[in-house]
Design a protein around this ligand. Sequence first.
Ligand code: NAD
Length: 456
Amino acid sequence: MLKIHNPATGAPLAEVPEATPAIVCERAAAARAAQPAWAALGLRERMEILQRFRVALASEVEALAATLTAEVGKPIRQSRNEVNGLLPRIDFFLAQAEASIGAQQLHDDGSTREVLGFDPLGVVVNISAWNYPYFVGGNVFVPALLAGNAVLYKPSEFSTLTGLHIARLLHESGVPLDVFVPLVGGGAVGAALLEQRIDGVFFTGSHATGQRIAAAVGPRFIKLQLELGGKDPTYVADDADVKAAAESLADGAMYNTGQSCCSVERIYVHERIHDAFVAAFVDTVNGFVIGDPASEDTYIGAIARAPQIAVLEAQVADARAKGAELLTGGRRLTDRPGNWFEPTVLSRVDHTMDVMREESFGPIIGIQKVSGDAEALALMNDTRYGLTAGVFTKDEARATAILSKVNAGTVYWNCCDRVSPRLPWSGHGDSGVGLTLSTLGLQTFTRPRAWHLRRP
Ligand code: NAD
């Protein structure tokens, strides 16, 4: 049995049976058998079913948000934002599906037609993270199902109840039980899924697990997408609006209690405005309300996974030992049950410190003073990751000059921690391979078929 606890209180929430290896095998075979009929249903019918899923989701936002808050410790307003945020993503995929993955006639000379078709991959595995289960799951299962795939879905063991809600709503909307198959459990269930006869793996999670998955499936030449962590930098130039930049970046660093793949994780500030920026940033952070995630006022919730607290403590200790200044926070909260860490700001940091090199995945940020654009760019690129990067400046040309040279899949001018269904979500380097979202994020769940059709 998988025991589920509320990370904000430590209280038990539920016990859910874990999938055994035999069940994984049996369910994978059932998905294989069911997939051709799902593909044969046609895109229009699948679109109608996913449209019903959207309606069902919208009608249960409050209850779904409450479950998410209870099992991952996400502040309730942010849980609601997430469930609501999946709706426009579904709308985007539905609006684009026919143009993106419907057959396209590309040539007709009277005797020969050339048609580009998009076949489903077949049976795909989706192994998901807990930090945004609606977003990272929905980026995969919505387009994968639209494209005619069967999906073996393993929610994170830390967001299982949400995963089961997603499965229930999809099934109630008309997706057959064997076409969307939730499999409950931790890493062992994920690993067992990889051993099945599958046509693709779509993973969201840590770099360490991504490496294990790549090693497991690499020799099989099946489609592999890995959406992994980041150490996302932002540079604040000397002409930026200091207060606006500080407020935006404090939110970008601390939203979801800093547990976002695209959280701002490093800030470089031009020396001319450094002290004013740091003061405004600390002011903003000190205004964040930390506490019961179910309360409407809460902005900083619990740390979903207890072991992460030790990572945060070690980063603070390492930085202080090497000369960083702790401006606020820096400690786990021990005056209450559950997993808690204070929002933490460090200055006088540098790249010898883990806090500027390794993903923190918590409410902690290092702010480093730089002499100008060239130093900022060099430091932003001094990382093995490459998910997002940003620049705050009044000058668009200055921003684009820097951002075009940053090694990242997503770049931001005067904003951060932002995802759009219209644009692809992808990482460079250790942040992963492949992409989700955008029209490319529909096509990625298909394989092309080139039709050469000559009339008799
Ligand atoms: P994790 O790697 O611990 O777990 C992710 C999933 O992998 C879980 O479902 C887990 O059960 C499963 N898993 C663990 N071991 C496995 C194995 N050997 N074989 C198969 N599956 C296995 O990551 P997490 O704590 O759930 O998520 C946090 C990480 O995810 C962070 O690094 C974050 O940056 C990243 N993330 C990235 C994106 C993105 O879009 N790039 C989005 C969200 C989260």
